[in-house]
Design a binder for this molecule. Structure first.
Ligand code: GUN
Length: 298
C-alpha cells in the first residue's frame, strides 16, 4: 500500500482481535456471550451486505447474533412492536436497525423505540444527547471508528481545522460533535458543511482534516484541498461498471487520484472507514453486554 493510505482493514483487524480476547475473558468469568439482534427491512442489496459483514464480525469475535428480516410493507406500529419484544428480551444486549428505512418509516420515530441501553448504533436521542454533553455513551460507530484511525495514525485534532462535509445523523453530525468536544480526540476547530453550503471549496481548502460523508461520487477534487490534508472518505457509491464481475464498482465521495496527490493521509474506498464501523459496533455490543455505559436500570 502507498505510504499515505490509511489501512482501515488492518486497524479494524487489530481492534477485533482485542475485542475477541475481551469477549473470551467476559465469557470465561461465567457470563453468557454478548448478543446482537440485527433488523433488516426490505431487500436493499447494500443493506443486506452490510448486515452480513456485521454478523460475520460477530462470529469472529464470539458475539452471538440473529438477523430478522421484515418486508418493506411493515407498518410503523408493527415494527415498533417487534422492537419492543427485543427490548424486553434479556438475552439480547444490542439492537441494530439497519438504515436506510423505506420511505413510510421515519427513522427518528422508530429509533426512539429502541431501548437506549441496547442502542449499540448510538442513534437514540439519549445517546446523542449524552455525546453532546460529554457523558459516557454509545458513540455512533462510523465517527467513533474514524477517531480510532486518528489514534492509530497519530493524527492530532487539537487546535486544527476539521471540516466535515455532510450533516447526517449517522456520520457528519456526531462526527462534528466528537471533534469539537473538549477531550483528547476533540478540541478541533470544527466546520460542518452540508448541501446548503455556498462555495464548498472556501471551507474544504482550509481543512487540516477533511471528513466527507455525503454519498456523492467525486464531489471533492484535488483543487478543493490543501497540501498535507488528512482525508477521510466515508462515501460508498456504486457506479455501474460492465467490466467488473459484480457489474458495479465502489467509489467514495472523493476523486481519489487527484485528492491523494495532495493528502498526507487518505482512506481508500473500500477498505478505509467501512471495516472500522463494523469494529466499533462490536465494541459497543460488548459494552452493552457488560452494562458499562448504563450500569443500572435508569
Ligand atoms: N446505514 C449506514 N450506516 C449505518 C450504520 O452505521 N448503522 C446502521 N444501523 N445503519 C447504517
Amino acid at each position: 500500500m502507498a505510504r499515505n493510505i490509511i489501512d482501515g482493514k488492518k486497524v479494524a483487524g487489530i481492534i477485533l482481535q482485542q475485542i475477541h480476547e475481551d469477549v473470551q475473558e467476559w465469557v470465561g468469568r461465567g457470563n453468557r456471550p454478548p448478543k446482537l439482534q440485527a433488523i433488516l427491512i426490505g431487500d436493499d442489496p447494500a443493506s443486506r451486505t452490510y448486515v452480513g459483514a456485521k454478523t460475520k464480525a460477530c462470529r469472529e469475535v464470539g458475539i452471538e447474533s440473529d438477523t430478522v428480516s421484515f418486508p418493506d410493507t411493515i407498518s410503523v406500529r408493527e415494527l415498533k412492536e417487534e422492537i419492543r419484544k427485543f427490548n424486553r428480551d434479556d438475552g439480547i444486549d444490542g439492537i441494530l436497525l439497519q438504515l436506510p428505512l423505506p420511505g413510510h418509516l421515519h427513522p427518528s420515530q422508530v429509533i426512539e423505540t429502541i431501548d437506549h441501553r441496547k442502542d449499540v448504533d448510538g442513534f437514540h436521542p439519549m445517546n446523542v444527547g449524552r455525546l453532546a454533553v460529554g457523558q459516557p455513551t454509545f458513540r455512533s460507530c462510523t465517527p467513533a471508528g474514524i477517531l480510532e484511525l486518528f489514534r492509530y495514525y497519530s493524527v492530532m485534532t487539537k487546535g486544527r481545522n476539521a471540516v466535515v462535509v455532510g450533516a447526517s445523523n449517522i456520520v457528519g453530525s456526531p462526527m462534528a460533535i466528537m471533534l469539537s468536544r473538549e477531550n483528547n480526540s476533540g478540541k478541533a476547530t470544527t466546520t460542518l458543511c452540508h448541501k446548503y453550503t455556498r462555495d464548498l471549496t472556501q471551507h474544504t481548502i482550509q481543512a487540516d482534516i477533511l471528513i466527507v460523508a455525503v454519498g456523492s461520487p467525486k464531489l471533492i477534487t484535488g483543487q478543493m484541498v490543501k497540501e498535507g490534508v488528512v482525508v477521510i472518505d466515508v462515501g460508498i457509491n456504486r457506479l455501474t461498471d460492465v467490466t467488473s464481475k459484480k457489474g458495479y464498482r465502489l467509489v467514495g465521495d472523493c476523486d481519489f487520484d487527484s485528492v491523494s496527490e495532495k493528502a498526507s493521509l487518505i482512506t481508500p474506498v473500500p477498505g478505509g472507514v467501512g471495516p472500522m464501523t463494523v469494529a466499533m459496533l462490536m465494541k459497543n455490543t460488548l459494552l452493552a453486554a457488560k452494562k458499562s455505559i448504563y450500569p443500572s436500570k435508569e
